[in-house]
Design a protein around this ligand. Structure first.
Ligand code: UD1
Length: 420
C-alpha cells in the first residue's frame, strides 16, 4: 500500500476547489437503476469508493462510462440481481442498490452486511422500512434475500434513528410504489436533498427532504435525467481545518457554506477567522486555537465524518477539549496514532478528553479508515519534522487529487508508491 512522506510546519496558503460529494454520488448512482435509459451525473469525484460502486453496478449488468468527472450510467438492461460478496465487503454503500433494485425488478440478493472499522453498522432500519412497503426479507447462507410480495405499496414509516442510508434506500424504493409513503424521523443530510432533486428530475414526486418528514407519491416509471452532484462538505471541512492547523489562509471554493455551518461555528469558537462569500469560504488563523468541546450528531449537528480531523486540531489547542462521538461506537481509532505524534488524549467510552500540547511531532503512523487517515494527514501537515503516513489507500476513498491540491497550497509531501 502507498504511503505519504510529509514535511510538516509549512504554512498553507491559496485557493483550493472542493470536488463533488462522494456520499451524494453513491446514492445518485444507485438511483440510476430506477430510470428508463441513461442517467448523466456531473461533478462525480474520481475516488476508489466511486469506482467500486461502478463495479457493483456493472456486476448487475449496468453500463458505466466515466469521462473526467462525468459519469453516464445505463441501467436499461440489468441482467443480475445477486451481489458479489467480495465487492460488498469492500464497499458498504453498495447496499444502496437494495431499494432501487426492489422497486424496479422486485428481487435482490445482498450479502449480509458485516461491521467495519468504525462500528457494527446494522441494516435493521433499512429492512424495517422496506418490509413496511411490502418486501419479504430473509437471511439465507449469509445473504439477505429480498423479494417484493405482490407489489410495493406506499406506507407510513417511522425510523427509530435517522439513518442516512435507510432514508435513501426507502426513498428509492417508495418512488415506484403504489400510493403515498410518509417517512418520519428521516435523516436530513444535504445528500438526501440531492437525491430528492435527482429523483424529481426523473419524474418522481418526492418532497420534504432536508426535514424530518419525507413524502413520496409513487409514480409508474422514471425517465433519464442529468444532474450535477453537490460539493463535498467533508472535503471542504478538511481544507478549512488545514488552514487553521498550519496557521494559514485558505480560500475553499465550491462549497455550500450552510452545509459546513457546524464546522464554521466550531472553528469560530476556537478563534479562527472565517469569511463566507457565495460558494466559497475563506479560513485564516494565527496563534493558538482555543480548546472547544464538540459532540457528533446527525445533520445539522457536527458531522461524525469530521470528528477525527477536528480531534487532530484539538490536540494542539490551548486547554482541554471533550469530543463526544454519538453516531459510531468505535470511532477513535486515530487516537493511538495521534498519541504517537505526541498528542495527549484519553478515551473514556464515547468521549475523548484531549489535553492540548504545544506541538505535534512527526512519526510513523497508519490510517485505519478514511477519516482517521484525513486526521493523520492534517496532523502531519502541522507537526514538527517529517511524518510517514501508511495506508494512503484509505484516504484515496474520499479525497480526489489530494497531493496536487496540497502541493499547490504549499505543503511538502510525497507519495511513495509501493512496488507490487
Ligand atoms: C452515511 C455516510 C457516512 C457517515 C454516516 C453518518 C454514506 C455513503 N456514508 O453512512 O460517511 O459517517 O452516514 O453521517 O453516505 N444504524 C443502525 N441501523 C440501521 C442503519 C444505521 O443502527 O439500519 C446505525 C449505524 O450503525 C450508525 C448510525 O446508525 O451507528 C448512523 O448510520 P447511517 O446514518 O445509516 O450511516 P450510513 O448511511 O451507513
Amino acid at each position: 500500500m502507498d504511503r505519504y512522506v510529509i514535511t510538516g510546519k509549512q504554512r498553507l496558503e491559496g485557493r483550493v476547489v472542493t470536488g463533488g460529494a462522494k456520499n451524494a454520488s453513491l446514492p445518485l448512482m444507485a438511483a440510476a437503476i430506477l430510470a428508463e435509459g441513461k442517467t448523466v451525473l456531473t461533478g462525480v469525484p474520481r475516488l476508489t469508493d466511486i469506482f467500486n460502486m461502478a463495479e457493483v453496478m456493472k456486476t448487475l449488468g449496468c453500463k458505466a462510462d466515466f469521462r473526467n468527472n462525468e459519469l453516464v450510467l445505463d441501467t436499461s438492461s440489468l441482467t443480475e440481481n445477486t451481489f458479489d460478496q467480495e465487492l460488498m465487503r469492500r464497499m458498504r454503500a453498495s447496499n444502496l442498490v437494495l431499494g432501487p433494485m426492489l422497486a424496479k425488478y422486485g428481487q435482490v440478493n445482498l450479502p449480509s452486511p458485516g461491521g467495519c472499522a468504525i462500528g457494527t453498522r446494522p441494516m435493521d432500519q433499512h429492512i424495517k422500512g422496506l418490509k413496511e412497503l411490502g418486501v419479504k426479507i430473509k437471511v439465507k447462507h449469509g445473504y439477505l434475500e429480498a423479494k417484493v410480495d405482490k407489489k410495493l405499496m406506499g406506507a407510513e414509516i417511522y425510523l427509530d434513528i435517522p439513518s442516512v442510508g435507510a432514508t435513501e434506500n426507502i426513498m428509492m424504493a417508495a418512488v415506484l410504489a403504489e400510493g403515498t409513503t410518509v417517512l418520519h424521523n428521516a435523516a436530513r443530510e444535504p445528500e438526501i436533498v440531492d437525491l430528492q432533486n435527482l429523483l424529481n428530475k426523473m419524474g418522481a414526486k418526492v418532497r420534504g427532504a432536508g426535514t424530518h418528514v419525507i413524502r413520496i407519491d409513487g409514480v409508474k416509471k422514471l425517465q433519464s435525467a442529468e444532474h450535477t452532484v453537490i460539493p463535498d462538505r467533508i472535503e471542504a471541512g478538511t481544507h478549512m481545518l488545514a488552514a487553521v492547523m498550519t496557521q494559514g489562509d485558505i480560500l475553499v471554493e465550491n462549497v455550500v457554506p450552510e452545509h459546513v455551518s457546524p464546522i464554521i461555528a466550531k472553528l469560530r469558537q476556537g478563534g479562527a477567522t472565517i469569511t463566507t462569500n457565495g460558494d466559497s469560504v475563506r479560513v485564516q488563523h494565527k496563534g493558538k486555537f482555543k480548546a472547544v468541546d464538540l459532540k457528533t450528531l446527525a445533520y445539522p449537528g457536527f458531522p461524525t465524518d469530521m470528528q477525527p480531523q477536528f480531534l487532530a486540531l484539538l490536540t494542539m489547542a490551548e486547554g482541554t477539549s471533550i469530543v463526544t462521538e454519538t453516531i459510531f461506537e468505535n470511532r477513535f481509532q486515530h487516537v493511538p496514532e495521534l498519541t504517537r505524534m505526541g498528542a495527549k488524549i484519553r478515551v473514556e467510552g464515547r468521549a475523548a478528553i484531549v489535553c492540548g500540547v504545544p506541538t505535534l511531532e512527526g512519526a510513523f503512523v497508519q490510517a485505519t479508515d478514511l477519516r482517521a487517515g484525513a486526521a493523520l494527514f492534517l496532523a502531519a501537515l502541522a507537526a514538527e519534522e517529517g511524518t510517514v503516513l501508511e495506508r494512503v489507500d484509505y484516504i484515496d476513498r474520499g479525497y480526489e487529487n489530494l497531493e496536487e491540491k496540497y502541493r499547490a497550497l504549499g505543503a511538502k509531501l510525497q507519495r511513495v508508491v509501493k512496488q507490487a
